[in-house]
Design a binder for this molecule. Structure first.
Ligand code: SF4
Length: 322
């Protein structure tokens, strides 16, 4: 028999309602015996709200030597991780990578740069890439360039950018344990600026940074309040040399339960699973749609390799999106 709390809240979500933060916390507190029911509820909500499968891809357009001290990040200049460093790639290379991902089946292509923010000149080069890909493909074009200024947001929107990616990374209450070099409110401000300029917003975080279940719900509630369109969920893949290099991996159970909770808290958003899924979920990756995720990042991540592209596309084709 369905757990009465799950059934009650599922009925409300299927009727178009939302959960409160307290209700999200109550679901998170249910024991492992209820996890399968939570996954089924999340799946039902995903289908009911018409969230269709999509794929996105990223390219590491500028890598390493970042001034920020995010405790999980291979690209922070504060830690010796041996991660590759390079300035912003030439325009032709950025365009060629976009065309290749388009040909491989990605619906969305995102240019990702390290650092707190881009210079004017770098922003203009990203805009040139966006213009070129906009005329040559029907890709959803995204960029993740750190903090935005109003002027940079305007230029990117005018160039034809579809969406801006800026992760909050974790809950506000956990952020000081993860990053001390900028404020959570600066990240929120960037999301609001992107929205003001008509860009869709892709914003999520990394799970497994030592946050509690309550803090996962807190992050989900903040993202819902901000009205983000897409929520990328990463699982920490600990990088030697960073402060979180020895952190234990999430278990597949906790990872899938977390995805389900984000779906239930954000019923109308696209939920994409990105970095760390191979390492944390292994053979359980095909359970992601069951947990309510409707998007998947394909290809490689910023500093770690993704699963074989053909295997991911085969998984999509073979009806993982039941
Ligand atoms: S997550 Fe972004 S801002 Fe933080 S250290 Fe890495 S590249 Fe810099």
């Amino acid at each position: 028999m369905q757990h009465p709390l799950i059934q009650h809240l599922l009925d409300r979500l299927l009727a178009g309602g939302n959960l409160t933060e307290d209700e999200g916390r109550a679901l998170a507190a249910l024991g492992p015996g209820q996890t399968t029911a939570l996954l089924f509820a999340a799946h039902a909500v995903m289908k009911h709200r018409g969230r269709t499968p999509f794929t996105c891809s990223i390219t590491n357009a500028k890598s390493g030597t970042c001034s920020q001290d995010c405790a999980f990040c291979a690209q922070s200049g504060h830690y010796a991780t041996g991660s590759p460093t390079h300035p912003l790639l030439p325009l032709e290379e950025l365009v060629a990578r976009g065309l290749a991902m388009h040909a491989a089946g990605a619906r969305c292509y995102s240019l990702v740069t390290s650092g707190l923010r881009l210079s004017d000149d770098e922003t203009d080069r990203v805009c040139a890439c966006v213009r070129e890909l906009r005329t040559r493909t029907d890709l959803c074009l995204s960029a993740s360039l750190g903090l935005l200024s109003p002027e940079h947001a305007r230029r990117l929107a005018e160039a034809g950018l579809t969406r801006y990616h800026h992760n909050l990374e974790t809950a506000r209450s956990h952020f000081p344990a993860i990053c001390t070099t900028h404020e959570y409110d600066q990240d929120i401000e960037t999301i609001l600026l992107a929205k003001e300029h008509g860009l869709q917003v892709c914003s999520g975080g990394i799970l497994g940074l030592g946050e509690s279940w309550e803090q996962r719900i807190e992050l989900a509630a903040t993202l819902r309040e901000l009205g983000v369109d897409t929520v990328p969920l990463n699982f920490l893949n600990p990088i030697p040399g960073t402060p979180l290099g020895d952190m234990e991996l999430l278990t597949p159970h906790d990872a899938l339960k977390s995805v389900a909770l984000f779906r239930l808290m954000l019923p109308g958003a696209d939920i994409t699973v990105a970095g760390g899924r191979e390492k944390v979920l292994g053979d359980y990756q095909s359970w992601l749609p069951l947990a309510g995720a409707n998007g998947m990042m394909i290809g490689n991540y910023l500093t770690t390799m993704g699963r074989d592209l053909a295997a991911d596309l085969r998984m999509l084709e073979q009806g993982a999106w039941i």
